[in-house]
Design a protein around this ligand. Sequence first.
Ligand SMILES: *Cc1c(COP(=O)(O)O)cnc(C)c1O
Length: 410
Amino acid sequence: MLYFIKNQLYVEKVSLGSLGRRFGTPLFIYSKQQLINNYINFDSAFSSVPHLICYAIKANSNFSILKTLAKQGAGIDITSGGELYRALRSGFSPKKIVYAGIGKTSEEIEYALKSNILMFNVESIEELHLINRLGNRYRRKMPIAFRINPHVDAHTHKYITTGKSGSKFGIPYPEALDVYRFASRLKNIDVAGIHCHIGSQLTSVKPFHLSALRLAKIMGSLSKNGIRLRYVDMGGGLGIKYHNEKTQTPKDLSNAVLSVFKDFSGTFIFEPGRYIVGNTGVLLVKVIYRKKADGKNFLIVDGGMNDLIRPTLYEAYHEIIPVGNHNRKKVKLDVVGPICETGDFLGKGRLLPLAEQGEYLAVMGAGAYSMAMSSQYNSRVRAAEVMVDGSNVRVIREREKYQDLTAKEK
Ligand SMILES: *Cc1c(COP(=O)(O)O)cnc(C)c1O
């Protein structure tokens, strides 16, 4: 949804420069059409089987984004009570909510029980006991899936791999049969499904296939023990193109997974986050100063690691492009923010025009894990967010004010 017209970068029918002048920077800009297209793409890859696409809310939890997805019929994958609150308020049916996370508190579990969500993805025996106990109070036989750690390497950054042996997530797959047998005897537990989520930004579907084989094997043993599951939840993790990665499509994922479960007649669940929102968003920043130090060129911009922490947290690459005339002489430079940290950069060693003061740069692929991970570090107010729909623009989160910085303090 991003393209140049006469040397000006556009999102849908609106130029990024005009958005910068109108709403100020740093500014998150989302394309509504791209968001809807991504969801439809993912959903339609599974049209041959009963399925539910549960958007992983943690990737981007803005109300308007959630409402747009709820309207498309999406389900939602949550990991906290706060996310449950957002999900319910933005119109998701409780019957389409799945809840993962290794540290659900009793308050959070009760909130989810009361809300009648579809299923807990359970990550430990103690959590199972707590759900069983609290279920008694609500007289509910609560549907659960165990999150199984299939011991599969996702080949992604070490901070976002979750399915290897020694990870804090899930139940190690050799213990699966025992925990299922145990759970099936608990009064308030309905053993409904099996779940895994092996990591994020996967650029191959092979690890999904290997995980599916592990889950299918467990299901085979379960069925010999009289335990039949109704849901197979393969988590999220499908990667997107930030730079020169070779990515795979939802259809590739579908082929890799569905081929394993030929005899399964229940419902498939997937929990894509990044794939749905990642390429819908741009972070627009403005050049404050240019600087040369020790032979290096710096563009100092008004967005930093408090707005977009992925470059420094995950060594992530985000493409950066000037919103106007990009056909100028290029130099090697670092794009850095104003924060007092050496880790405060958006891009290093980039070949870019030495943009003028006041010029706008677009940081691409900033729809997922960007605003959602932002902070007020250095007492910087959080950026505004706008959504573009054709030639329409709507503010979907106001820029914070200085008063917001101290509002809760005594
Ligand atoms: C983070 C997460 C997801 C989403 O991962 P993406 O890489 O954004 O698709 C899905 N399921 C669970 C349990 C998660 O923790």
